[in-house]
Design a protein around this ligand. Structure first.
Ligand code: ADP
Length: 677
């Protein structure tokens, strides 16, 4: 079994309205055509029935005329004998009917005895049917009257029909026969007036012998034939005295609508036939016209349909394209939006001079909510951005930024840097990118570059400090060695100069190694670590040993037990040394320094504490940054690297470092590292 496809898959499916219209149109045409045809046929039937009635009357009258003439002649012949001067009668207008070809009298032997034809001769006509039926006893068909079959006249050569009547004495013996020969065209004489078409038919047929007495169409005139036994007309006449039917003629094979009627007084029937083909000609014209217009309309509808469907397809295609473009656009917009939100800088989009959108990074830079900026002019943003600025040129900054953000500002990228006092110093970089034409707008990116600026500043400070730190021992070594070279130094002092040179060189080397350490550790060169297990108290001991003046001040918890750790001995010693060094640097010489190492769970905790100048709260986070030095402590020599190094080393041991300090009271730096690294 074949699979049933859904209707919508059919290639003709889109054309269904047009197809429906065409189908409806043709259906109504078909109904109209069949109705019109049936009306025409009914009309033909009625017309032929009417015609046959008048023709029947006419034929009955013509035959009746002949009948009367034979009666009259018979009566006179009985009175005056057979040899009557019929020519004389004719001349006197007695038998001068135009339908009569001849009126004659034949005696009982079949010899023509009298005739209306001039110069007739008494010939034997006993062989003629219409005479013989009377001569032969019992041969007469209907009483004494006989309407013969058409014959061709021996003298005239013209066809004629004989109406013959036996002339009998009262006792029934035959005296003779009165004969009227009639022109058969008289039966069909009305034909021309009837207008029944070229193939229309008028016929007079005998109802006993079914011999055609007269038959006429426009094309031919015939007589004498017998209706074949299967002739529909023959069957109809035999069946009923009158009627109508449609059939194909057995004689000329033309289909006709027939109406027929028998003549009551004579054994004759009259029939009229219309050729169906001819009668329906007007109908056919109308039908053909309708078919042509139908075909034309069909083409028109089909054309309109094809056009409609193609337009529809175009519309659908363009709608699809548009939808895809919109989806693509929406996707792009979503990407841009995500990008806009993801950029690490604060971003503000301006369109036509007002804020269109801002990303979440702007909020921390402002005192106001993001939303309140939407739809605002550039001045609103500038005012919000510099609201916390306490510097004198605050207004100037606002104006500069507003100017740069104006839509009519020069269409190129620009970069502005603003330094704000909030009260801490805040450095903001504002980059402005104009949108490409034809859009009127800019995108502003704001970045907090305070840290970077500070690092830059600290780096340059460090370079200066480092240069100074390096220069001092270098100059010392140089001066002392020159002194020695000049050989001006007395021998007993030489020893101390050698020692001074050695100390300076050591300081120099320490500084250089600090720098190198930091550089290496920053590069995460932890693979250089030499991991081993040792007692941390040893580390503290050796750190104290390496720092002159510490031992005198340091206080170690008497309960310090040995704490075994795994780590890089010399790096951890650097940590302790740096912390003790800071205590020495930032506290009075007569104050104590406390150091303590303790096990706390799986970790070692070390605390180094002084009673020195302390560090302000807001500086405490930053002292671990590289090169960071508290401004107020500038008088004390230092590189700002010590605590940075401490943090790096502790973190590389998997630990952490923190600081507690109160200015004027003291500072405690603690760190903890796992004992089993
Ligand atoms: P340096 O001491 O070489 O300047 P550090 O990194 O060791 O560098 O210290 C950073 C800063 O932290 C110091 O400049 C100092 O201002 C502050 N600081 C460190 N330790 C102490 C302390 N124990 N007491 C007070 N200030 C300290």
């Amino acid at each position: 079994m074949g699979r049933v496809l859904p209707l919508s898959r059919c290639p003709l499916y889109p054309y269904w309205p047009g197809l429906l219209l065409i189908a409806a149109m043709w259906a109504s045409f078909a109904v109209w055509i069949s109705w019109d045809r049936s009306v025409e046929l009914r009309d033909a039937t009625q017309t032929s029935a009417t015609l046959v009635e008048s023709l029947t009357a006419h034929t009955a009258q013509v035959v009746g005329e002949a009948d009367r003439a034979t009666n009259y002649v018979a009566r006179i012949a009985l009175a005056q004998g057979l040899d009557l001067d019929l020519q004389e009668w004719r001349r006197n207008g007695l038998l001068d009917d135009p339908a009569f070809v001849q009126v004659a009298i034949v005696d009982a032997h079949g010899i023509l005895r009298a005739s209306t034809v001039d110069g007739f001769r008494p010939i034997d006509v006993s062989d003629r049917d219409h005479i013989r039926v009377h001569l032969v006893p019992g041969g007469s068909a209907s009483g004494d009257l006989y309407i013969g079959k058409p014959v061709v006249g021996r003298t005239s050569g013209k066809p004629s029909i004989q109406v013959s009547r036996a002339i009998r004495w009262r006792d029934g013996t035959l005296l003779g026969v009165a004969v009227v020969s009639m022109d058969p065209t008289y039966f069909t004489g009305l034909y021309k007036l009837l207008r029944i078409g070229r193939q229309g038919l008028v016929t007079v047929v005998g109802t006993r012998d079914f011999v055609i007495r007269a038959r006429r169409t426009q094309a031919e005139e015939s007589l004498g034939e017998t209706l074949p036994p299967d002739s529909p007309l023959r069957a109809a006449i035999a069946n009923a005295p009158r009627g109508t039917f449609r059939a194909v003629s057995r004689l000329d094979h033309i289909e006709r609508i027939y109406s027929y009627q028998r003549i009551e007084r004579f054994p004759l029937a009259v029939a009229v036939g219309f050729s169906t083909d001819e009668y329906l000609q007007a109908f056919r014209h109308r039908r053909n016209l309708l078919l042509v217009s139908g075909a034309f309309l069909t083409l028109l509808i089909a054309f309109a349909e094809v056009r409609r469907v193609s337009l529809w397809h175009k519309l659908v295609a363009s709608a699809t394209r548009e939808r895809k473009a919109m989806e693509q656009e929406a996707e792009n917009a979503a990407h841009l939006k995500a990008l806009f939100r993801a950029i690490p800088d604060a971003a503000i989009a301006f369109s036509d001079g007002t804020v269109q959108d801002v990303n979440p990074r702007l909020a921390p830079l402002l005192d106001v909510e993001n939303q309140s900026l939407s739809g605002q002019p550039p001045r609103a943003l500038a005012t919000a951005l510099f609201a916390r600025d306490m510097s004198e040129d605050q207004e100037e900054k606002i104006d500069t930024l507003v100017q740069a953000l104006e839509p009519q500002a020069p269409q190129d990228s620009r970069r502005l840097v603003f330094t704000l006092k909030t009260p801490r110093v805040l450095v903001l970089e504002v980059r402005i990118e104009p949108l490409p034409s034809p859009y009127h707008g800019v995108v502003a990116l704001i970045r907090d570059i305070t840290a970077q600026t500070q690092v830059d500043r600290m780096k340059s400070e460090f370079v200066a400090t480092a240069a100074h730190e390096l220069r001092t021992p270098t100059a010392g070594i140089l001066g002392l060695s020159e002194l020695l070279a000049a050989d001006r130094v007395p021998a007993p002092r030489k020893q101390s100069i050698y020692e001074m040179i050695r100390d300076q060189a050591k300081a120099l080397s320490a500084l250089v190694s600090d720098l190198l350490d930091l550089a290496r550790i920053e590069a995460r060169a932890d693979k250089d670590f030499n991991m081993e297990e040792f007692d941390f108290q040893d580390v503290i001991d050796s750190a104290i040993g390496k720092l002159p003046g510490v031992r005198e001040r340091v206080e170690r918890d008497s309960g310090d037990e040995s704490v075994r750790v795994r780590g890089d001995y010399s790096q951890l010693e650097t940590v302790v040394r740096n912390l003790l060094e800071n205590c020495m640097k930032y506290s009075a010489p007569d104050t104590p320094i406390r150091i303590r190492a303790k096990k706390a769970g799986p970790a070692l905790r070390v605390t180094v504490e002084d009673e020195g100048i302390g560090i302000a709260q807001n500086e405490q986070d930053k002292v671990f940054d590289r090169f960071y030095r508290v401004d107020k402590h500038a008088a004390v020599a230092g590189t700002g690297l010590g605590l940075a190094l401490v943090r790096e080393i502790v973190q590389l041991h998997g630990g952490r470092v923190w600081l507690e300090s109160t200015p004027g009271v003291g500072t405690r730096v603690s760190f903890s590292i796992p004992t089993q690294a």
